[in-house]
Design a protein around this ligand. Structure first.
Ligand SMILES: [Zn+2]
Length: 341
């Protein structure tokens, strides 16, 4: 297996964030990727590659130029205005989306962010850009004939939409990989399976009307868990994409057996769609004890999920999303990836 990684993710130094002079802690920290990388090295899972630069074009097949320009410039603009700050947080949100895009930076922050938990730091754009490059390079490996490639992406991506960031996500790595596969091979059908604990609202929005992409997500019931406003079972896609958005909201404390039942339905759906490629949004926050999760899945359960997904036999791009239980990320990462080797 080819594994794509760059230590530029550390530029998104979320373990050193200050808000109004006080430490501000988020669970999505650089140590996550380092724990995964060390475990992958130790278990000899595959060859670790540094991504090459595909530039902005493949990112702009998913995100708008205005949004990308905003993300890549807002830190400098903000800290010029407020030199005492080291992280950019929105303050006012475009609640229930008015559709108006203001000109002022403070207004733009609430226009492009849907939550407060994604600080923009000095190196956030660089880290997000290279995270996207990891997913593009992983897609390239699969295009070259690898059965599976794994993008060790950080920051994660599935909450980021066309022009929206939040939930630790800025650029939607899984969507960028998907569009890249379709750009290289026209008329390509891609299935995205999202097994992160949280619904991938960004991915859902990007492909909601797209007949060439099936999005299947198993996640916590949004009535009670983040991202709250998306992920219900009656969100089934629209227009030509009607029926190609499939959500399995699951109750808190979901166990291995219940999860695997829902997964079985998702895999049947993917098989029926008959895609050329599979992209997996891989969130290990489904494991019991995850500080931002709430399911009760065991390591054996995770291994079984991986076995079932690998059993589809599709060329697969694995894209890292959540997973915050640092002292189990190593075992869970290895357990999942080994099923694909
Ligand atoms: Zn998550």
């Amino acid at each position: 297996m080819k594994i794509l990684y760059t230590d530029l993710h550390k530029r998104h130094a979320t373990d050193q964030v200050l808000f109004e002079g006080h430490p501000y802690s988020v669970e999505e920290i650089p140590a996550r990727a380092e724990v995964l990388l060390d475990a992958i090295r130790e278990a000899h899972i595959g060859t670790i590659l540094t991504p090459t630069d595909h530039g902005l074009d493949p990112i702009l097949r998913v995100h708008t130029i205005d949004y990308v320009t905003f993300l890549s410039t807002v830190y400098e603009a903000y800290t010029t205005l407020y030199p005492q700050e080291t992280a950019v947080f929105p303050g006012t949100f475009a609640t229930r989306y008015t559709g108006r895009r203001p000109k002022a930076m403070l207004g733009l922050l609430g226009y492009y962010a849907f939550g407060w938990g994604s600080p923009i730091l000095e190196g956030t754009w660089e880290a997000a850009y290279w995270s996207a490059q990891c997913s593009l390079n992983a897609a390239d490996e699969v295009l070259k004939g690898e059965q599976t490639a794994y993008a060790l992406t950080r920051p994660p991506g599935h909450h980021a939409s066309i022009d929206l960031y939040g939930g630790f996500c800025y650029l939607n790595n899984a969507a960028i990989a998907t569009r890249h596969l379709q750009h290289v091979h026209k008329d390509t059908k891609v299935a995205i399976l999202d097994i992160d604990f949280h619904h991938g609202n960004g991915t859902q929005m990007i492909f909601y009307a797209d007949p060439s992409v099936l999005y299947c997500s198993l996640h916590a019931d949004p009535n009670y868990d983040y991202p709250y406003y998306w992920g219900f079972s009656d969100e089934r896609g629209m227009e030509a994409g009607e029926g190609l958005n499939c959500n399995w909201p699951l109750p808190r404390d979901t166990s291995d057996a219940e999860y695997l039942c829902a997964l079985d339905e998702a895999l049947i759906r993917i098989h029926a769609f008959d895609p050329h490629y599979l992209v997996v949004s891989l969130g290990m926050d489904i494991l019991e004890g995850d500080p931002v999760g709430g399911f009760m899945l065991s390591l054996e359960g995770l291994q079984e999920i991986a076995k079932q997904v690998a059993g589809l036999g599709l060329p697969t791009v694995l894209v890292q999303e959540g997973g915050y239980l640092l002292d189990r990320l190593d075992d869970s990462g290895v357990a999942f990836l080994q099923a694909f080797t």
